[in-house]
Design a protein around this ligand. Structure first.
Ligand code: BTN
Length: 255
């Protein structure tokens, strides 16, 4: 059903026609006492932000461009868990609602047939090494058509509508997502990362594949074998040794 039955997520909603970035709005709101679960959502972002300084294309009315205020009761160094948790919630939502074969590319990109459908940008704030809050920014390309994308990303980006061949109801998607996210968030606080890790692995399209990434030390490559208890990607290198990648952007295939 599309009635929101969550306890906290989405119980406070700030809705805007246009903002620069919902993550910025959320951050400002926290400072004014915004509570956990507050949802900031906009029809359009004029300066949507992606990971690693990239832009996030957010045209009016075509997607879900939103941020959620979280105040998780976890140590600061556990925040990567939330990145994976949000991806799991979103992937499960898309699969259930559209039956489309969405998968997670480490750490938290959502792909359908190798094309990006959604992006997640978590920003955490700490005070004296103690986690204060996390802004979970989520962008879902719901009803964009090919011509809505800038030329450069047309080949690598897609939308639910393009993949499903019909428009997808945004409010239904939003309600499902908030419910899925709240329930996984509870599981995580009660049982830790282990159950989230299992779900992530089952939905991952990154494992058992040749992967590479650009690092400050140059190109790194290997074979992705799993994730560890912190959410890092475990990669087997050519000499058989295991290494861990903690962040960055991976590409598939050997160079
Ligand atoms: C990425 O894939 O690089 C992450 C993209 C995150 C986009 C969302 S849209 C809502 C929120 N506000 C932003 O400025 N970014 C996130």
């Amino acid at each position: 059903s599309s009635r929101l039955t969550t306890e906290t997520f989405g119980r406070h909603i700030r809705y805007f026609d246009e903002v620069d970035s919902t993550n910025n709005t959320a951050n400002a709101l926290v400072k004014e006492g915004g509570v956990e679960g507050t949802l900031i959502i906009a029809e359009k972002q004029t300066a949507g932000r992606g990971r690693m300084g990239r832009q996030w294309h957010s045209p009016k009315g075509k997607g879900l461009w939103m941020s959620l205020i979280l105040k998780p009761r976890i140590p600061l160094h556990f925040t990567p868990h939330l990145t994976l948790l949000v991806a799991v919630a979103l992937c499960r939502t898309i699969r259930q609602l559209t039956q489309l074969p969405a998968g997670i590319k480490w750490p938290n990109d959502l792909l359908i047939d190798g094309k990006k459908i959604s992006g997640i940008l978590l920003e955490s704030s700490a005070e004296e090494e103690k986690l204060h809050h996390v802004i979970a920014g989520v962008g879902i390309s719901v009803n964009l058509q090919a011509e809505d994308y800038p030329e450069e990303i047309r080949g690598i980006a897609t939308s639910l509508a393009i993949e499903a061949g019909k428009e997808v109801n945004r409010s239904e998607l939003l309600v499902h997502f908030l419910q899925e996210l709240e329930s996984l968030y509870k599981v995580y606080h009660e049982q830790g990362f282990a159950p989230i890790k299992l779900l992530w692995e089952a939905l991952s399209v990154s494992l058992n594949k040749a992967v590479r990434t650009q690092s400050p030390q140059g190109l790194k490559e290997g074979f992705a074998v799993g994730i560890d208890d912190s959410g890092a990607l475990i990669v087997r290198q050519e000499d058989g040794s295991l290494t861990k990648w903690y962040s960055g952007n991976i590409e598939f295939g050997a160079s």
